[in-house]
Write a protein that binds this ligand. Sequence first.
Ligand SMILES: [Mn+2]
Length: 427
Amino acid sequence: MKIEAHHIQGHNARMMERHREDFGFLQHQLGRRGLDAAELAGQVAGLQVAIPSWALGAGGTRFGRFSIGGEPGSLEQKIEDVGLLHALTGSAGAISLHIPWDIPADAAAVKAQASALGLRFDAVNSNTFQDQRGQALSYKFGSLCHADSAVREQAVEHNLEVIRIGQALGSKSITVWLADGASFPGQHNMRRALQRTLDSLQHIYSQLPGDWKMYIEYKPCEPSFYSMVIPDWGTSCLLASECGDRAYSLVDLGHHLPNTNIEQAVATLMMRGKLGGFHFNDSKYGDDDLTVGCIKPYQLFLIFNELVYGMNNNTAGNPPPAWMIDASHNVKDPLEDLIQSLEAVRLAYAQALLVDAAALEEAQENNDPARAQEILQDAFRTDLRPLLGEARLLSGAALNPLGLYRSLGVRNRLIGERGRATVATGL
Ligand SMILES: [Mn+2]
């Protein structure tokens, strides 16, 4: 299944009159505040978010998994699905591969297929949180932190293999997320586990190609329920700093204890130039991996507000962060869920672009919290959906991606092509 240009054009033509009216009103509204809506639309159109290869099928919980039908059964079909998302939204211009779930048999062919769809390969992800068939040593008790040096070496070698695969595809970064930790007090010497992890990460970093970056993810609990070796952004930043200039922290929105001030973590990491990547999702209780923006859109806006501030005041030379959606789809059609996620990310970004930075600084310097709140909420409460539509028009995408996806019956067509029983690898 491929979205053809005439599908998009026909759809947009039917919606154009209404869009022009809505966008014209917004242009007028923003113009009064001295903002150029067309320019903002161009900025928003530039935001591309990577889709991970494991998010295209139904996820599951530890209790069960309910297939969605028409799931991509191969890497080529996954790329096809990301191509659909990109054609509809104009905002999913990259894929993030998970190794070993998605090892390309023919890297050149896979690269060519992706580039024909306007896609590039973003960070590659290693996996030492599971044992693979035929694997010599087990990660049951950890990988980069393991007590046995042979297990640590095997885990380091896996990461190096992931880098080699990424190089063949044109990736420029690796993301390391570790399940390493202890489920019971006394199980680990916490200091030794951290030191071993640092030694292993430094080994991987020493082999990193010169134009590559390494992102270190963190998580406070799960699957280890007493202590995770890299539980928080501070520990991640410490490890990245010890590794070197091209090692960074990666913030996953679901990887925090309840009520953690994530925007503050973003501010601090960017102050040090150490924010490398971002994984989007939303949560109510834990690492729920729900659609980003479905529960806490204001938090997402506040995070983007810090990101925009950080990029506009980039004294520490923070590189542009790598954006990725990291969600798991249990009850929704994954493609519909991803369309909603892409929309939520761009919306929060656009809202943050609206913040009057000079007025906010003045309110802050004058100790005026009421005024500061007005400024932030004025941006957050402006309906910017027509701006997102305009951004999609600029990149030849659909004015209403989810509407077009449904009216074309994409899922049913995929079921027709691939069958009901295909199962995508992933979480
Ligand atoms: Mn993640």
